[in-house]
Design a protein around this ligand. Structure first.
Ligand code: NAP
Length: 299
């Protein structure tokens, strides 16, 4: 249980509602800001303004998937007010407080660093990334269905990268009856892809293997689907780029060549906010519990 633990949660989207539910269920004292436009009850959470006292009393500060932008602005879909996290706010946090977010921009990292406050980026963690790969793969399939006039069954799909997202996606596509080619750079990934029944190739061979594919899914977060690759794609091919912004595709050249290319960020929060919220909530509650247990032992 998290009895007596003071959690401050700022902004976010529907995913944070699952986080609030879970943390209040565990008996922590959850104070939230950035939910003025949400007219349904918040599972026992206390609504507040961004005041100094809010930060002074926090054992844990929870920010949304993308913590802040480069100026400290926090996305808050249930608020029409601007929520900005400042240097002063972080300076007011007790030294034992930890800041939790999905991923942090340099702005947030620098503030936490400067004030000696712990920062945990949940999406960096394997457990969260692997669970998140499930709604991501489902979202990628949704986009493929929306943007093609063929079934995935019987199509020739290519997945670039056999990491946490790529592996789940390749398996999902194969489950739907696609022929799946997987682009990797490591020999062990080649062997694993082969063992799993995919058609592996090394990404350095990419220009030679793209000439007959229907769908290209990229999970490699670097420029990989270059103009040269796009020039070799059949005109029917659709590119769905899942890698974090700006993606790994030359979108300008794809448009010039008339190839449909879509950057698809944040799919878990779009296609399955409840599941995505539970993934975050389960991990967060474990981490905060562990943190408060360690603090209890130290005192
Ligand atoms: P990951 O587990 O690190 O996988 C990335 C894969 O890319 C690894 O297999 C890695 O190979 C490969 N790779 C990296 N650089 C490469 C290069 N230069 N050449 C060849 N292969 C390279 O990451 P992930 O969790 O799957 O996430 C992948 C991307 O998707 C990230 O940008 C992430 O932010 C994004 N993402 C997007 C969504 C969405 O909704 N669109 C959801 C979740 C994640 P090695 O193992 O050899 O390094």
């Amino acid at each position: 249980m998290l009895t007596g633990v003071q959690v401050v949660l700022l902004g976010g989207d529907a995913r944070q509602l699952e986080v609030i539910r879970k943390l209040t269920e565990l008996d922590s004292i959850v104070t939230v800001a950035g939910f003025e436009q949400l007219h349904t009850p918040l599972d026992g959470a206390i609504r507040a303004e961004m005041s100094d006292d809010l930060f002074r009393g926090a054992d844990a500060l929870i920010l949304p998937a993308v913590g802040t932008d480069d100026e400290g602005k926090i996305i808050a879909v249930f608020s029409d007010r601007e929520l900005v996290l400042t240097d002063e706010h972080i300076g007011l946090l007790p030294k034992h407080c930890t800041v939790y977010t999905g991923m942090a921009k340099p702005y947030l990292r620098q503030l936490c660093d400067k004030h000696g406050i712990g920062l945990i980026e949940l999406f960096d963690r394997d457990d969260v990334a692997i669970y998140n790969s499930i709604p991501t793969a489902e979202g990628a399939v949704m986009m493929a269905i929306q943007h093609t006039d063929i079934t995935i069954h019987g199509s020739i799909c290519m997945v670039l990268g056999l990491g946490r997202t790529g592996l789940t996606l390749a398996r999902t596509l194969r489950g739907l009856g696609a022929k799946v080619k997987v682009g990797v750079r490591r020999e062990e990934h080649y062997a694993r892809a082969d063992e799993m029944g995919f058609e592996p190739f090394y990404v350095k061979q990419l220009p030679q293997v793209v000439s007959n594919i229907d769908l290209l899914f990229n999970t490699i977060p670097t420029m990989i689907v270059t103009a040269q690759i796009i020039a070799n794609l059949p005109s029917r091919a659709v590119i769905i780029d899942l890698a974090s912004k700006p993606g790994g595709t030359d979108f300008r050249f794809a448009e010039k060549r008339g190839i449909k290319a879509l950057l698809a960020p944040g799919l878990p929060g779009i296609v399955a906010p409840k599941t995505a919220g539970r993934i975050i909530a389960d991990c967060l509650s474990r981490l905060i519990m562990e943190d408060s247990r360690l603090r209890g032992n130290e005192q």
